[in-house]
Design a protein around this ligand. Structure first.
Ligand code: C2E
Ligand code: MG
Ligand code: MG
Ligand code: MG
Length: 285
């Protein structure tokens, strides 16, 4: 994916490998400077309601566009940022940008919600809840327009602390989502206790569900579990029409993936949402 991004922006690879180690060491300071310099920005990937074709939510995915290196993808720097503590700066940036985007969407007559990814470190930090509350006050957005996604693995690592923070965030009126479901070791009891609104099935299962029976069964049981707990269920990594059809048959609620749309730049998101709203209105008429 990084290679593809570099190609698209006409950049050559290689540099990353040469000074990769040095870069890793200086990451915390570099990340903070990159945020200040405006080198980080969000892209937005639609989550489509399978029943109506409507895009009611989008997921914000961070991109780091270094003027010299080219695009750096989250899988390359999020784990490092988590390890050295600079993740909290990143999360605050992403939450603030997402809230501003929700406000901009609403100013344009669009009630689309925005989801952001947060890490266990954020749930362990009591100041994070206060930051979110302050962001809601600053922007005046309805709290349920903002969804926080936390991976199943992150939930397990955080345990008790995660549950306490999650309950406080839930009390603010936010939506909470369990991301990459199926990859962690959560127990039914834990998932049941967690105040989630949404369950996202990890793409590794979704991508193989049409050609592998074990994966099909796993996806189906995740959908049924989510519904039994009253959660809305999202399948990520929907790359083909065949997978979308299979998900519809199994009553999955939302689909996200390249078959629906790639992550979009802010301007392209406005165009996409306006066009998809027209399309939904037309097909309903
Ligand atoms: P995620 O939250 O599970 O996000 C889905 C990832 O899958 C995204 O990769 C997205 O671009 C990619 N994807 C979406 N549809 C498809 C598809 O149909 N096929 C395939 N092969 N891939 C698809 P991305 O943007 O590289 O992000 C990777 C991970 O990095 C995210 O996984 C999330 O865990 C993390 N991440 C991204 N942005 C942030 C952020 O702002 N904060 C934190 N803490 N983590 C972030
Ligand atoms: Mg996510
Ligand atoms: Mg995910
Ligand atoms: Mg993932």
């Amino acid at each position: 994916q990084a290679e593809e991004g570099k190609r698209r922006l006409g950049l050559s690879g290689g540099q990353q490998d040469r000074d990769g180690e040095q870069w890793r060491v200086g990451l915390a300071a570099t990340l903070r400077k990159a945020i200040e310099a405006g080198h980080l920005r969000l892209t937005f990937q639609p989550k489509m309601c399978i029943g109506t074709g409507e895009v009611t939510h989008v997921e914000a995915l961070v991109r780091w566009l270094d003027p010299e290196r080219g695009p750096i993808f989250p899988d390359q720097f999020i784990p490092l940022a988590e390890a050295n503590g600079s993740i909290s700066d990143l999360t605050r940036f992403v939450v603030a940008e997402a809230a501003d985007m929700i406000a901009r969407l609403r100013a344009n007559g669009l009630t689309t919600g925005v989801a952001v990814n947060i890490s266990t470190n954020d749930l362990a930090d009591p100041a994070f809840v206060e930051f979110v509350a302050e962001t809601l006050r600053r922007t005046g957005i309805p709290p349920d327009a903002l969804t926080l996604e936390i991976t199943e693995t992150g939930l397990i690592e955080g345990r008790t602390e995660a549950l306490v923070s999650a309950r406080r965030l839930k009390a603010l009126g936010l939506r909470l989502s369990i991301d990459d479901y199926g990859t962690g070791q959560s127990t039914m009891a834990y998932v049941e206790q967690f105040p989630a609104d949404e369950l996202k099935i990890d793409m590794s299962f979704v991508m193989r569900m049409t050609d592998d029976r074990a994966n099909a069964i796993l996806v189906k049981s995740a959908i049924d579990l989510g519904h039994a707990l009253g959660l809305s269920v999202v399948a990520e990594g929907v790359e083909t029409a065949g997978i979308l059809t299979a998900l519809r048959e199994q009553r999955c609620d939302y689909a996200q993936g390249y078959h629906i749309s790639r992550p979009l730049e802010a301007d392209d998101l406005f165009t996409y949402l306006s066009a998809s709203r027209e399309g939904v209105l037309r097909s309903a008429a």
